[in-house]
Write a protein that binds this ligand. Structure first.
Ligand code: ADP
Ligand code: MG
Length: 580
């Protein structure tokens, strides 16, 4: 018997309901109004009263409307067909619609139930299996999509039978398991999982031990992100957060990409819709969309659905990670999600924390970031979820609560600076404020020394030092004037400009320079450092300036000629295997 209720109060999309039975936090319910059923989530229970947030506009909702509780949390549907899909936060398939607007109370099927997939068995009758173990495989595009024992299964099971290779739709029973009591349990290719809970079913989650290449120098060379690592990009409006994230999405060394476009301006969301399907994957030469899922908030959805969208996106990543794949989750912007939390908490009249955000904002953000990570699966294979979110602090103030809380949770910090963006020094990542904590991990240092070159991390630190000294010199030159400082100040300043122009700056739209493989990054940094090691003496600062300007032009040319001679990159092992 489902618990039922009656609407007693409405404040925008926060609705209070008097219930006739037990309800739990995060439970899903449907409110009936004018013949449509609107989905809502329980956020607070107090005796016979439940506060629920409605995922849609509550226009026309009345006291006395009836509510039916589902006895389950908000769930994602997981199965073959998630890739190339465009969903909203509730996993409504937005590609099946004629425009980006769903009618109120309309929910669509997330995955195609009729489509046939070529299935090959992995497990055999008699095998002992547990949640997340692989039973079989289908090809989703060119990626191996594992059909697993559902994550909700507890304890161990014996495989009674697995379907022979063949072409089946997702609802076909592809395996029958028996539980400890001998009862038979059918398994199909689809399962559901509550989005706010992390998917387990792996052996361990060790510290990351390698980097995820992005082809972007300010990241890979200066502040690398680990495979299974976390990072965030705070920056004022128009400084390049979205461009940088899209570059990472296009070029990042990952098998599966999930983009969560969260509450940014409607035209940006529409841009993703239209642009992404056109993009060609530099790793495979095929459509990037084949290995991408996009989750976005349509503008007709109230803030409540923003929260759902980041959790749904994370759940989809964890699902693919359990298949032994490298997943990359990008969320733009997590500030909009935090603002949704704030609106709701204010409506509930909870005691507010800093800037009226909920008091547990930090914990919510940390919990979310901690779902990323590299894991060793039960069968010894590795999988990873790398997560990079953007934060859009009002007025570029990095001391506001969302940035501060995210700083505690994420290990890489890519601070976009208004000043650099104004000077068109893209990507506008500030070289001195930004950091990657992974550069302190012995595992990562060892990895870089082995795969890039011996002593690499020291080289990176010396490049940062050149920039720091250049900045100090520039300040002195500003105060004392060009003639008021020794020549060495000019040399320091120009050495830092050299690092800035050759290493830091990278045109996100240039067909060659937008993507810089690690080999070329190493070559360029080595070259720049060699030049900077030399002592220079000039008669006057004009000569110094001229010398370095010419040098910058020369090295930029070099960047291109190296590109032409180098073997085109193909470092993604899975891609190599699968497209062979
Ligand atoms: P945000 O998301 O922070 O509001 P965008 O990512 O939309 O900002 O960037 C704003 C504009 O800045 C872009 O339209 C582009 O013209 C320019 N831009 C940003 N990053 C780069 C880059 N790496 N290379 C070239 N231009 C860039
Ligand atoms: Mg943006």
């Amino acid at each position: 018997m489902k618990t039922k209720g009656i609407v007693t109060g409405i404040v925008s999309n926060l609705v209070t309901v008097e219930v006739d039975g037990p309800v739990s936090e995060n439970e899903i319910c449907y409110i009936e109004s004018h013949g449509v059923k609107m989905m809502a989530e329980v956020i607070k229970v107090n005796g016979r009263n439940a506060s629920v947030q409605v995922f849609e506009s509550t226009r026309g909702l009345k006291g006395g409307n009836t509510v039916e509780f589902e006895g389950r949390m908000l769930e994602a549907t997981l199965g073959p067909g998630l890739l190339s899909s465009v969903y909203d936060g509730l996993q409504n398939d937005l590609t099946t619609m004629t425009d980006v607007f769903l009618k109120r109370g309309e929910y669509t099927e997330p995955i195609n139930r009729e489509k046939k997939w070529d299935f090959t068995p992995i497990a055999q009758a008699g095998d002992t299996v547990a949640a997340a173990d692989w039973l079989g495989e289908v090809k989703e595009g060119w990626l191996p999509h594992k059909i697993m024992v559902p994550f909700s299964f507890q304890g161990s099971y014996t495989v009674k039978s697995v379907k022979e290779a063949g072409s089946y739709n997702v609802d076909t029973v592809i395996a029958v398991l028996t539980d400890a009591s001998g009862a038979e349990v059918p398994v199909t290719m689809v399962q559901k999982w509550p989005v706010k809970m992390a998917i387990k079913g792996y052996r361990e989650k060790p510290r990351p031990d390698r980097i995820m290449e992005t082809g972007v120098r300010v990241i890979d060379t200066m502040n690398p992100i680990a495979e299974g690592g976390t990072g965030f990009i705070p920056g004022p409006f128009g400084c390049g957060k979205t461009v940088l994230q899209h570059a990472i999405a296009k070029q990042g060394d990952a098998d599966v990409i999930v983009m969560a476009a969260c509450g940014e301006r409607a035209n940006e969301v529409v841009e993703i819709f239209t642009e992404f399907p056109e993009l060609i994957d530099p790793h495979t030469g095929r459509h990037l969309m084949e290995r991408t899922t996009i989750i976005c908030n349509t503008s007709n959805m109230p803030v409540a659905a923003r929260e759902a969208s980041v959790y749904t996106a994370m759940t989809i990543c964890e699902y693919y990670r359990a298949m032994g794949l490298k997943c990359l989750l990008l969320a733009d912007s997590t500030s909009r999600w935090a603002q949704a939390l704030r609106e709701m908490s204010n409506r509930m009249e909870e005691l507010p924390g800093a800037d009226a955000f909920p008091v547990d904002l930090s914990a919510i953000i940390s919990n979310f970031y901690s779902r990323a990570g590299m894991v060793i699966l039960n069968n010894g294979e590795r999988g990873a979820v790398t997560f990079i979110g953007t934060v859009s602090p009002a007025g570029g103030n990095l001391k506001e609560p969302v940035t501060e809380s995210t700083k505690k949770a994420a290990r890489c910090f890519y601070a976009l600076e208004q000043g650099r963006a104004d000077q068109k020094r893209y990507p506008a990542v500030g070289p001195l404020e930004s950091y990657s904590k992974y550069l302190e991990y012995p595992e990562i240092i060892g990895y870089l020394n082995k795969t890039v070159e011996e002593g690499w991390v020291e080289k990176v630190l010396s490049a940062k030092n050149i920039i720091r000294r250049g900045k100090e010199a520039a300040e002195q030159i500003n105060i004392l004037g060009d003639d008021g400082v020794p020549m060495s100040y000019h040399v320091s300043f120009w050495k830092s400009e050299l690092v800035d122009f050759i290493i830091l700056q990278q045109d996100g739209f240039d067909p060659v320079d937008s993507l810089c493989p690690m080999d070329r990054q190493r070559f360029m940094l080595d070259l720049v450092l060699k030049v900077c090691e030399k002592d220079y003496d000039f008669e006057d600062f004009e000569k110094c300036r001229e010398f370095f300007k010419n040098l910058i032009n020369e090295l930029r040319q070099m960047n291109y000629s190296v590109y032409e001679s180098e073997q085109f990159w193909a470092y993604n092992e899975t891609v190599k295997k699968m497209t062979a």
